[in-house]
Design a protein around this ligand. Structure first.
Ligand SMILES: [Zn+2]
Length: 187
């Protein structure tokens, strides 16, 4: 007897398929509950309702303001580790096997943080995700409105990008051909 195709079994089928996520921003994918948790770590009382309200912006400037506010709670490497773990959990739950994730290194530099330390924590979470079947690749974002000098700091040889390349190998021995070349896209 032929199987009846229903919306429900199509959804089940799609959910079960392995998937690739090709456009995702680490800082833009933080769930409200995680924002509350991050703020609390830094002594700021924020409710889930406030996060929801800030996530409902009307235009691009509203989006930028929400992004600036959320990233203000990313202050330590462990904060970056936490959001990477949470992102990986969500992607694995959706059966995503591969994701290219943009990371705002320009924001880290703007806030006088150490991108290498942040990225090492991100990569530690990425390696754990890899063991569970999700491969994360990272794209360093220079943030266009910070101007060309700030962008050069992200992309320059010996700058943040090089630090990232050295701190995020999948293991100590093996580097892919891609990671030796265009590492900001294929780390
Ligand atoms: Zn984007």
């Amino acid at each position: 007897m032929p199987t009846t195709v229903t919306l429900q079994n199509v959804e089940t089928l799609l959910a079960a398929l392995p998937k690739a996520e090709l456009h995702l921003h680490l800082e833009g994918a933080i769930e409200p509950a995680t924002v509350v948790e991050l703020a609390a770590r830094h002594g700021v009382a924020v409710t889930a309702e406030e996060v929801q309200a800030r996530y409902h912006y009307r235009d691009f400037n509203g989006f930028l303001e929400a992004f600036r506010w959320v990233t203000s709670f990313l202050r330590t490497p462990d904060d970056y580790r936490l959001i990477t773990e949470r992102l990986a959990e969500r992607l694995l739950a959706q059966n995503v096997a591969y994701a290219e994730v943009t990371l705002s290194v320009g924001v880290m530099l703007r806030r006088k943080q150490d991108p290498a330390a942040n990225f090492a924590a991100i990569c530690a979470a990425g390696r754990n995700a890899h063991k569970k079947g999700l491969r994360l690749q990272w794209i360093f974002d220079a943030v266009r409105q910070f101007g060309p000098d700030a962008a050069m700091e992200v992309s320059s040889p010996g700058g943040a990008n090089e630090i990232g390349r050295r701190s995020c190998l999948w293991n100590g021995r093996r580097r892919t051909r891609a990671s030796r070349g265009e590492f900001s896209r294929r780390l």
